[in-house]
Design a protein around this ligand. Structure first.
Ligand SMILES: [Zn+2]
Ligand SMILES: [Zn+2]
Length: 210
């Protein structure tokens, strides 16, 4: 059963719209759909369209079509998350308690993708000059790496993506995993829940710029 069948809230309109800007999130209604590929996750097609238009307006049409935006209730303290490799933005469903923050959070996370797109293979700092420039282009000049929300939030950027060699589940991590860590689901299914080196997570990708 979807956690968010439908979210309804009004976004405050905004006059701050740049050239080629498809507009702030002003739609009175956001509907989520369950993405069968994920648990506790709903894609948000309405927000996704706006986000894609923002990327296209900023010369990133090539990744715009791949972009997905989801509500992810597994985000506990983070308002949002950007994963460049998967072209995925995750938003905390608790943002629905603070509708005015959704648009800004979306743009903050989009700026991570835009900055990395422009940088190509070059490594960039998560909140460095490239990101700040992308923020300006996305209409949130002066955005800070974290802004205060009424609930404690922390944004994080998954710089390391690990994958189980068996079930191929991916495990995004902020930090490099130093210990030997195996996929719990596979260890449970095939080894009574004990550590099994066959299911040890493997580093799929890492980036300083996500
Ligand atoms: Zn950030
Ligand atoms: Zn597994």
């Amino acid at each position: 059963m979807p956690l968010l069948r439908e979210l309804k809230f009004a976004f405050p309109g905004s006059s701050v719209a740049g050239i080629g800007d498809p507009g702030r999130l002003t739609a009175p209604q956001i509907t989520g759909v369950t993405d069968p590929g994920y648990n506790n996750v709903e894609r948000n097609l309405n927000v996704e369209q706006i986000a894609r238009a923002l990327l296209r307006a900023n010369g990133a049409a090539r990744i715009a079509a791949e972009l997905r935006v989801e509500w992810n209730s597994r985000l506990k303290t983070a308002a949002g998350r950007a994963d460049y490799r998967q072209k995925l933005i995750s938003l905390n469903p608790r943002l629905s308690e603070h509708p005015a923050e959704i648009d800004r959070t979306l743009r903050h996370e989009l700026a991570h993708l835009l900055a990395q797109f422009r940088a190509g293979r070059r490594r960039i700092l998560p909140h460095g000059e490239e990101w700040r420039e992308a923020c300006r282009d996305l209409g949130i000049k002066g955005e800070r790496r974290c802004h205060n929300l009424p609930f404690p939030v922390r944004r994080y950027v998954a710089r390391f993506v690990y994958r189980c060699p068996n079930c191929r589940q991916e495990f995004p991590r902020v930090r490099r995993v130093r210990r030997a860590v195996a996929c719990l689901a596979c260890c449970r299914a095939h080894n009574g829940g004990e550590f099994d080196a066959r299911f040890r997570l493997r580093l799929l990708s890492s980036s300083g710029g996500l």
